[in-house]
Design a protein around this ligand. Structure first.
Ligand code: NAD
Ligand code: UFG
Length: 336
């Protein structure tokens, strides 16, 4: 079996390619490298001892996609490619709708033309919207999203649902990730953000390694136990394995939606203290104003993935902070 992985050189994509290869599933990666370094795939090849076919191309380039489908016998597509920075999406909405929504439609068209009808799509817990009550469960409707990034994910969910409704040949899986963190336990692949990290875990890791002076905690006056925001953090290797499970379990027609999270929430302060305790390092921090658009607390109800995909997050918070720190220490400046 061969799978096309778009965005496979990126953070979640590279971990997923590794897990696919470990299951003897062949992989072709299409990535335009706008937010990745091909070194990630070289390391995946070293770790698995298996080759990765790589094509540097944009998912909006239908000719390039046609060539990939013509050259390889592809059974399914795992679609990670897209832009993901929430703040940037507010400033550059067209970039986000183009890469995420238009890119997904071009990809789906190329798949249909090639007779490939299985897609697993990277969606996000953000599609539950601002008013949803945690824990989020798949039976809840999508809500009102608060930024173009979130809206683009909700739009792609709808586009792919319509595609599957129109033609029973399609099997679409929408995986709603909660907050992936951590790195492969080898320390060889991990998250390598460009510039100042937007997300909590890579920021903490860069403070720990001395690239940043201190962490700003965005608000400690939320209605939560310690006043800081709570999220459902899951290990990226668990998340990657969730894709393999979804690939194996969902071959049937229609649209299938799964939350991928642990089902538990951790506050920003708890995360800082876990990182300090497990790794024996200090993370200096200051309390800063709230960040626009942040919700106080949300986490997953992850029962459906457990029941239908036989998937559960297996790694705990200590694994997440330990593996993040190993990756950061071994690669203080990322892949360069
Ligand atoms: P990432 O930026 O590391 O990976 C995305 C990859 O897609 C990168 O390698 C990038 O170079 C590539 N890419 C971007 N635009 C492209 C295009 N037009 N054509 C081809 N390649 C393109 O991000 P990630 O954290 O690995 O996220 C993967 C997917 O999961 C994204 O769709 C993201 O929105 C989604 N997601 C991520 C999170 C998270 O917290 N990391 C949460 C929910 C959903
Ligand atoms: N935070 C800080 N300081 C920082 C960075 C983050 O205090 O320097 C706080 C945030 O305010 C938030 C928490 O840490 O309370 C987590 O923030 P992240 O940016 O790491 O994660 P988010 O929950 O905001 O967003 C992530 C992804 C989105 C996705 C969303 C829901 O970045 O793509 O989860 O799945 F949509």
């Amino acid at each position: 079996m061969k799978v096309l992985v778009t965005g496979g050189a990126g953070y979640i994509g590279s971990h997923t390619v590794l897990e696919l290869l470990n299951q003897d599933i062949d992989v072709v990666v299409v990535d335009n490298l706008v937010n990745a370094n091909v070194e990630s795939l070289k390391r995946v090849e070293q770790l698995t001892g298996k080759p990765v076919d790589f094509v540097q191309a944009d998912v909006r380039d239908s000719r390039a996609l046609d060539a990939v489908f013509a050259e390889h016998s592809i059974s399914a597509v795992i679609h990670f490619a897209g832009l993901k920075a929430v703040g940037e999406s507010v400033a550059k909405p067209l970039d986000y709708y183009s890469a995420n929504v238009y890119g997904s439609t071009v990809l789906a068209q190329a798949m249909a033309a090639a007779g490939v009808h299985r897609m697993i799509f990277s969606s996000s817990a953000t599609v539950y919207g601002e008013g949803a009550q945690a824990p989020y469960v798949e039976t809840m409707p999508r809500g009102v999203t608060s930024n173009p990034y979130g809206t683009s994910k909700a739009m792609v969910e709808q586009v792919l649902t319509d595609v599957a409704n129109a033609d029973p040949a399609w099997s679409v899986v929408l995986l709603r990730y909660f907050n992936p963190i951590g790195a492969h336990e080898s320390g060889q692949i991990g998250e390598d953000p460009q510039g100042i990290p937007n997300n909590l875990m890579p920021f903490i890791a860069q403070v720990a390694v001395g690239r940043r002076e201190q962490l700003s905690i965005f608000g400690d006056d939320y209605d939560t136990a310690d006043g800081t925001c709570e999220r459902d953090y899951l290990h990226v290797v668990d998340l990657a394995k969730g894709h393999v499970k979804a690939l194996q379990a969902t071959t049937h027609s229609g649209t299938h939606v799964y939350n991928l999270g642990t089902g538990t929430a951790t506050s920003v302060k708890q995360m800082v203290h876990a990182f300090e305790r497990v790794n024996n390092v200090q993370i200096p921090y200051t309390i800063a104003p709230r960040r626009a658009g942040d919700l106080a607390a949300f986490w997953a109800n992850a029962d459906k993935a457990a029941t239908e995909l036989d998937w559960r997050a297996e790694k705990d918070l200590a694994d997440m902070v330990r593996d993040t720190w190993r990756w950061q220490q071994q690669n203080p400046n990322g892949y360069i």
